[in-house]
Design a protein around this ligand. Sequence first.
Ligand SMILES: Nc1ncnc2c1ncn2[C@@H]1O[C@H](COP(=O)(O)OP(=O)(O)OP(=O)(O)O)[C@@H](O)[C@H]1O
Length: 413
Amino acid sequence: MPKQENGQKGDSVIQNDLSESFEEEVRAFLSDEEKLHLFDDLTKVNPVTTTTVLRCLQARYRVNLFYTNAGCSLVALNPFQPFSCLYSPELMREYHVALRPQDLKPHIFAVAEQTYRNVQNQMDPVNQSIIVSGESGAGKTWTSRCLMKFYASVAASVISPKGNETVERIERRVLDSNPVMEAFGNACTLRNNNSSRFGKYIQLQLDRFHHLSSASIQTFLLEKTRVAYQAPNERNFHIFYQITKGATAEERLEWNLPEGAEYRWLPNPERNLDEDSFEVTRAAMCHLGIERCTQSNVFKVLSGLLHLGNIQFSNPVDESQPCDLEDKTKGFVKTTGDLLKIPVEELLESLRIRTITAGKQQQVFKKPCSRAECETRRDCLAKVIYARESFRVLLSRARDFCSFQVTPTGTAG
Ligand SMILES: Nc1ncnc2c1ncn2[C@@H]1O[C@H](COP(=O)(O)OP(=O)(O)OP(=O)(O)O)[C@@H](O)[C@H]1O
């Protein structure tokens, strides 16, 4: 027994010594403040602790070094301010023509170029993937845009066998897909004014000359709940603000969006963001080949959803009857029906009456819904229409242009 006690004491003394010497190493490493920003690869940090790594990143951030390697990964810090020289076409070219881009400063262009070369250098080209991950507001959308701009630039061809025009159109479309997807899939949240409320998997295909030949985008888990519910101080998807702020007088009439009208599903409209530009979205849609009349139909449906959100119910006097409509919202039923092209009676029935099929004979019963159920049905209708309508327009284009596809593969909320 005494022997064991001695052994335990011995172990803990050794452990104490070790941890003290480790802490001493950490202190020594951190004491050389001047040098911390020079660690451009976190695998060179020794000892590796959360503190040492974060202090290096912090030191680099202070001297405007926002990219740091971590082995084969790249850590990108959000500068939260524009640094145009960091993304200039000249810098893009510098990384593209460099003998060894990995020897230049860590940068998203280095990753992009290395990946591009990995495809080029193979006898049998192997697909390459870049995973962009991080918390909300970290800069994933920004980084993906940089990557797309890089490939649209370096994988552009002057002497393409397909002809310059086709290739240019694909590059343009790759870039124009961003404002359209962001208008329909991004929203202002507490953490990010332009938060993507869906995931995306972007595929860029190169031909044997390593020029961009086609692109496809799969979208995942669109947060469709946002159409009918926005957390306090957050907003609905940008596109709703774009149409209410940017529609012409003629369109306002057609889409029933009078100036200054209020919509329950359009909170904080007084906040003006860069992302509210309807013109940018429209121009991008035109470049994608989406005709004006198709665009107008989509915007009409979106206006219909805003009107749908203003429909409110009250409990009926007789519980066996469907819910009443609140007086001030009666007009919205008609405008919703008109804009969504649903006969008013059908719309009201689908919102207020549940159809139940039961029994061996599959008898059909109709049961009036409670007020809460009516509200849920209204919200569900909006969510389903938005999830289908938001990317439907791009999907329809995919049929015409096999070189560019956008496919929604799931929705959330
Ligand atoms: N490299 C950068 N240079 C300048 N500004 C940046 C950079 N990265 C991000 N930002 C700024 O930070 C904001 C948030 O970035 P971004 O939208 O890319 O985040 P995210 O990770 O995609 O967020 P979410 O998951 O919410 O969509 C951008 O709107 C932009 O203003």
